[in-house]
Design a protein around this ligand. Structure first.
Ligand code: ADP
Length: 296
């Protein structure tokens, strides 16, 4: 482990052009996938994530995602500093954020700034590289066809994984039937390809020391902004001020109500694939509701 921390410190030194030696290192809780630490020395502090060496490209993609969000000059996201491999592990170092209490304006700002981030658009859907959603692969090949992307790269891919993970046959069969009807949810609407956070649940945002919103741990790609909004509603953690500010900055289409379930099915299937358990029943209920909506 010592050689790993040495390599991390060297990585920080090389990236910042100033030798870095940590005199304090503390574990942080709250992550789902990786081990997290804060390291400190010489008045500088960094946030470090560690995992097995096999996850190196996951961290490279996360660093690229943070850089993409920062490039929009909208919501604050930690600056990536260094990533690498040593001693059977890989690491990602970013700027350390001093998470603090939100005030009444924080979620309103998050709504405004997220809409601003979504205004950053690409000519196609996808991204220049694959990344991960949780620890699951997320494929992002550029395409002009949003519904095809959603069918193949998102829902279809998760259903294939679910089959490999022995999901109930009923879920798989009805899921496949639902995929054939995806166009029904997009009658007359072609979403813009907005830069998305991609994994925007309540555990992936906070307030910095100035009570400004910060988003982190992204799974970015260019896609329908409704997918980010849907995920904010899946597990909670966003208040009415957030939604009001988002809608004031860029109103959502009324058809969002029917597509929200579709976008969240992706994450619920992913949770089944990562954690198993009751997520299969939740996904099956969502698929049934979507099949009913599609034929209504
Ligand atoms: P994981 O990829 O394992 O889900 P996260 O990126 O969500 O890990 O980070 C785990 C926890 O560490 C977060 O819940 C948050 O509290 C904290 N954290 C994340 N990024 C930073 C940062 N840049 N500075 C300080 N703490 C952070």
């Amino acid at each position: 482990m010592d050689s790993l921390w040495q390599a991390i410190e060297n990585g920080i030194g090389a990236a910042t052009g100033r030798v870095f030696r940590a005199d304090r290192r503390g574990g942080l809780s709250g992550g789902c996938i990786n081990q997290a630490f804060a390291v400190e020395g010489d008045g500088r502090r960094y946030f470090v994530k560690l995992n097995d060496a096999a996850y190196a490209s996951m961290f490279e993609a996360e660093a690229a995602g943070l850089a993409a969000i920062r490039g929009t000059d909208s919501v604050r996201a930690p600056e990536p500093v260094s990533s690498g491999l040593a001693d059977g592990h890989c690491w990602l170092v970013t700027e350390h954020i001093q998470f603090s209490s939100a005030n009444s304006g924080t979620s309103e700002l998050l709504g405004q700034q997220l809409a601003q981030m979504h205004r950053c658009q690409a000519p196609q859907y996808g991204w220049h590289r694959d990344n991960t959603i949780g620890a699951t692969a997320q494929h992002n090949q550029w395409t002009d066809n949003w519904v095809g992307f959603l069918r193949e790269k998102r829902l279809g891919f998760q259903l294939e994984l679910a089959a490999a993970n022995h999901a109930p046959v009923g879920l798989l069969d009805r899921g496949a039937r639902m995929l054939d009807q995806l166009e029904e949810f997009f009658a007359g609407s072609t979403p813009a390809a907005s830069l998305l956070h991609g994994d925007l649940w309540g555990g992936n945002w906070g307030a910095d020391e100035a009570a400004q919103p910060v988003i982190f741990d992204p799974a970015v790609y260019f896609g329908d902004r409704e997918a980010d909004l849907a995920m904010t509603e899946l597990f909670g953690g966003f208040d009415q001020r957030f939604y009001a500010a988002y809608n004031a900055a860029w109103p959502l289409d009324p058809g969002y109500q029917s597509r929200r379930l579709l976008y969240n099915l992706y994450h619920v299937l992913n949770h089944f694939n990562l954690f198993g358990g009751g997520y299969a029943a939740q996904a099956a209920a969502m698929v049934d509701r979507l099949l009913a909506d599609a034929s209504a």
